[in-house]
Each structure stands twice: as structure tokens, then as C-alpha cells.
Design a binder for this molecule. Structure first.
Ligand code: FAD
Length: 482
């Protein structure tokens, strides 16, 4: 269907969905023709806003979004470059009288959007932004004195008392089209998919980017697994978590939909899983709350004593960590899961991050950057907040002196070594007793398992006990700093 009123530009960002999309719903019900637009915003400061792994996801997700828009009689327009230039060019080409979008909450995004809103309004183009990327707007929850939260538990309490997130809204059945759509780039020309080598070739074994993939994952999780979530979520070999994080990172599903589809019922078993799951969603909101109040969360220690922490610069150790060759099987399995599937289980993220920061004494910011480039769910708030949390310099962080022992963690959460054996096949034949400590295995056991340490699988990069002492000494030097 076509309309001849001045169109509205629906600017998609990390909200690549039709359902529960408030900006889209407002555009569709405005009575105006709609120009759906996605901009690859790499022309602002020249930086590619997606990590290498996320570029793969973005390609697939845009294909999905374009197909869904076509099914309701519309079309997705793709452009690449400087945000404001493109918005104004499309407005000029189509005669658009309005631009709608859903709010984002990272520092760079806020800056671009606020400036753009002012510029559009100055030229008499209506600019409207909508909520929906979080359970609650990051400014909504305030402490009694009007400040921001620094500790999760009171934030969680306030979130629960703050009323239910908005009830999700349906996808529009149809949208009006303009008399003529503006020209679009070809998605393939953006070269988002890796080719030589195609290191993302295994991602498709695990992931189906797009709204349909997100809905399928949600149904599977809510139907089958949420009851046991509270227990199972800590064991990386079990399919115990939702694995919805990349879908959330691209906004293919909204947190409000997740909240409302995990209903509290009377069965106490189910209830515990639902509450724990909702609490994790609240951690995501808490991370955004922190990011909103600490715009440099990915660069600046929240605890400023850490500004003088003596990090080590050791490229060899850093490279071994990235490749999953530290000699600590649980760390290596996690880092190799990251290569293979663009994902790592939460428990293992904590262990691998702790190892980089505390055993190797490498600056948490390097780990944050590596994850940003390699995780499909890389998220400016959750990634930075979690790295600061593990390092001990974040809000409500684990104290620095709580140092994960990678062997004991492995034995506790991957008792038979199933997770390690999946991602570190060199250790497939190791008996459970030694799978997390191959360096202590007697020679005949190693021989029987077909492992020559130092050849097939590395010797440990550092001795954990000695590394722990070294970390404690480094921490002691900043403890008294004000
Ligand atoms: P589920 O257990 O099913 O949880 C449901 C949702 O809740 C997740 O999809 C996520 O959106 C949210 N959530 C769960 N745990 C956390 C948490 N600790 N902090 C914030 N939100 C949470 N998560 C990201 O989404 N992006 C990141 O870039 C990211 N980087 C991390 C880096 C480190 C060092 C650590 C320790 C954690 C990081 N996390 C990050 C948090 C967490 O590991 C992932 O959200 C989770 O593993 C995703 O898997 P899932 O969807 O199966 O989670």
C-alpha cells in the first residue's frame, strides 16, 4: 500500500525486530508512508561499530529483517557512512517529515542521537525516540537521595518495586510505502562475512540470527529448561542457559518480551528458575545503569585506586590466552569456545577473565577489547561492567583478593571434564581426575591418554599459587591509595 503524505523514516539500530518495537509501531500507525532504514555507522569517527564476530551476525540479522519487512509490503534501505549525512540525505530524497528511533544508551550513541535530534528539529523535521531496549530506562531508577545505584541488590529491589516492564506490543500487520523508495546499498557489498579464511564457518552450527531464531530459542528455553535454570546455569557442559544474549545484543527480541514470557507460576521449582532468570536480565539493566552514569566504563576504573595498578605487558602471555593455550584446561576450553562459536559460557567467562587479570596480571581493558571483537553478544554495558566486576575495580565488584583457582573451578563446575573435552580435544582421553590438572598426571596416565605435555597440550603458563601471591602483592601496593 502506498501513501502520499510526507514519509517517516524508521531508523533501525540495535533493535532489528518488528514485534515489540515502539518506534516502528508509532511509525506504522502514524498514517504516513514509512522508510525503514539501517545505517552502518562507520563514517562518524571512522571506527567500525561492530566487532569482527558481530559483523557476521549483523549480515544475517539484516537479511532476516529485510525479509520480514518485505512480508508486510515494505523494504529495508541500507546505507553506510556518517549518520547525520545519511539521515539528511534520505530525508531530502524522500521529503520525510519525521524520523523515529528507539533509544540507545552508550555514550557514543547518545552523543550522536542528541545532536541529530536538535539538528532535525532545527530543520522542522520531527524527531522522536522511544524506549524498549531495557526493562526500564536507565534514568528511571534512583536511590532515595536521587543518585545512581552502585550495588546490585538495592537496584534489583528498586527494579521489582518499580512496576512491571511495559507489556510487549505486536508487530505491525502492514506499513504504508512511499511513492518511491530511496536507493539502497547491497548487503553483500558491505563484506561483513569473513571469507579468506572463513573463521566464522562454525557459528551457523549453533546460531540462527534474526527474530525467528530468537523466538525459537525463547520457546525452547521457557518450554523446557527454565525450571532448572537456577542450578543448571553454572555448568558449562549443560545446555542450562537461554543463549539469548546475541539476540538481545542486536535487539531481535526485547527484554520486556523475555520478562513477560517467563511468568511466575505456583510451582515452586518453576518460580525459582524464573526469579533467577529475571535477576540476570536485571544485571543487564544494571550494567546499562552503570554505563549511563560512567560513560567511560570500558576505559576508566570505577575504583580509581586501580589507576596506578602495575599491569604487566606480556604479548606472549596475552596471545596464549587468546588462543586457548594457557595450559589450564577450563580457561583454554572457554577461549576456544569463543573462537569456534563466538560465545562463552558465563561461568567460564568469569574464570577466563580472572585468569587474564590476576594470574597473568594483564590489564582488564585488553580482555574487554578482545571479547568485544570476538563475542557475538558483545555489549558495551555488560562487557565493560563484567570485566570491571571480575577485576575488582567495578561497581559491586568481587573483591580483588577473591582469585579464581582455575583447577578447582573446573573440577567443581565441569566435574567429568565434558566441557573441556568438547573444546580441547587433545584431552579427550584424560581421566576425570586429571582432566583439569594434566600437569599433575603421572607419566603412564599421560601416555595412555595420548598426551605429551608441552607438545600436544601446553605446560601451564604460570604456576597458579605463585601467580596468586604475585597478584596479591600488586594489589597490596594500591590498597591504601586514595
Ligand atoms: P542467560 O543466563 O540465559 O541470561 C539471560 C540474559 O541475561 C542474558 O542473555 C544477558 O542478556 C543477561 N545476563 C546474564 N548474565 C548477565 C551478567 N552477568 N551481566 C549482564 N547481563 C547478564 N553479556 C553480554 O550480553 N554481552 C557481553 O559482552 C558480556 N561480556 C561479559 C564479559 C565477562 C568477563 C563476563 C564475566 C560476563 C559477560 N557477559 C556479557 C554476561 C554473561 O556472561 C552473558 O550475558 C551470558 O553468558 C549470556 O548467555 P545467556 O544468554 O545464555 O545467559
Amino acid at each position: 500500500m502506498m501513501g502520499d503524505a510526507a514519509p517517516v523514516i524508521m531508523w533501525f539500530r540495535r533493535d532489528l525486530r518488528l514485534h515489540d518495537n515502539h518506534a516502528l509501531a508509532a511509525a506504522a500507525s502514524s498514517g504516513r508512508p514509512v522508510v525503514p532504514l539501517f545505517i552502518l555507522e562507520d563514517g562518524n569517527d571512522g571506527a567500525m561499530p561492530y566487532g569482527a564476530a558481530q559483523a557476521w551476525w549483523l549480515h544475517r540479522s539484516l537479511e532476516g529483517l529485510a525479509a520480514r519487512l518485505e512480508a508486510i509490503g515494505s523494504r529495508l534501505i541500507l546505507r553506510r557512512g556518517s549518520t547525520a549525512d545519511i539521515i539528511f540525505a534520505i530525508a531530502a530524497e524522500t521529503g520525510a517529515a519525521a524520523v523515529f528511533w528507539n533509544r540507545r544508551h552508550d555514550a557514543c550513541g547518545i552523543e550522536i542521537d542528541s545532536a541529530l535530534k536538535a539538528d532535525l528539529r532545527a530543520r522542522d523535521i520531527d524527531a522522536q525516540s522511544f524506549a524498549g531496549q531495557l526493562l526500564h530506562d536507565p534514568t528511571r531508577l534512583k536511590t532515595k537521595t536521587g543518585g545512581s545505584y552502585k550495588v546490585f541488590t538495592p537496584f534489583w529491589r528498586a527494579l521489582q518495586q518499580g512496576g512491571e516492564p511495559d507489556t510487549p506490543i505486536d508487530a505491525p500487520q502492514s506499513v504504508l510505502s512511499p511513492a518511491r523508495f530511496p536507493g539502497s546499498d547491497r548487503l553483500d557489498d558491505w563484506s561483513l562475512l569473513p571469507t579468506r579464511p572463513d573463521w566464522a564457518s562454525r557459528f551457523g552450527e549453533v546460531w540462527t540470527p534474526g527474530e525467528d531464531g530468537a523466538q525459537a530459542r525463547l520457546s525452547d528455553f521457557v518450554g523446557d529448561r527454565i525450571g532448572d535454570y537456577g542450578r543448571a546455569r553454572d555448568f558449562p557442559a549443560i545446555d542450562g542457559t537461554s543463549q539469548l544474549s546475541p539476540h538481545l545484543a542486536f535487539g531481535e527480541i526485547s527484554p520486556a518480551v523475555l520478562w513477560h514470557s517467563t511468568r511466575l507460576d505456583d510451582s515452586s521449582r518453576g518460580t525459582e528458575g524464573v526469579v533467577t532468570f529475571r535477576k540476570e536480565l536485571a544485571w543487564r539493566d544494571f550494567s546499562y545503569h552503570l554505563l549511563y552514569h560512567h560513560r567511560k566504563l570500558d576505559r576508566e576504573n570505577i575504583d580509581r585506586r586501580f589507576d596506578v595498578f602495575e599491569w604487566r605487558e606480556d604479548e606472549e602471555y596475552f596471545a596464549a590466552w587468546t588462543k586457548g593455550l594457557t595450559g589450564y584446561p577450563i580457561v583454554d576450553a572457554g577461549m576456544r569456545q569463543l573462537w569456534k562459536h563466538g560465545y562463552m559460557h558465563n561461568r567460564v567467562r568469569m574464570i577466563a577473565a580472572s585468569f587474564l587479570i590476576k594470574d597473568l596480571l594483564i590489564d582488564w581493558r585488553r580482555g574487554e577489547q578482545w571479547f568485544r571483537d570476538t563475542l557475538l553478544d558483545a555489549d558495551p554495558a555488560s562487557n565493560a561492567a563484567s570485566w570491571q566486576w571480575v577485576a575488582g575495580c567495578g561497581a559491586d565488584a568481587a573483591p580483588f583478593f577473591r582469585i579464581f583457582n582455575p583447577v578447582l573451578q573446573g573440577e567443581k563446575f565441569d566435574p567429568d571434564g565434558a566441557y573441556v573435552k568438547t573444546f580441547v580435544p587433545e584431552l579427550a582421553e584424560m581421566p576425570a581426575k586429571y582432566v583439569h590438572r594434566p600437569f599433575e598426571a603421572p607419566a603412564p596416565i599421560l601416555k595412555q591418554a595420548g598426551v605429551a605435555l608441552g607438545t600436544d597440550y601446553p605446560q601451564p603458563l604460570v604456576d597458579h599459587r605463585a601467580a596468586r601471591d604475585r597478584a596479591m602483592q600488586a594489589f597490596a601496593r594500591i590498597k591504601g591509595v586514595h
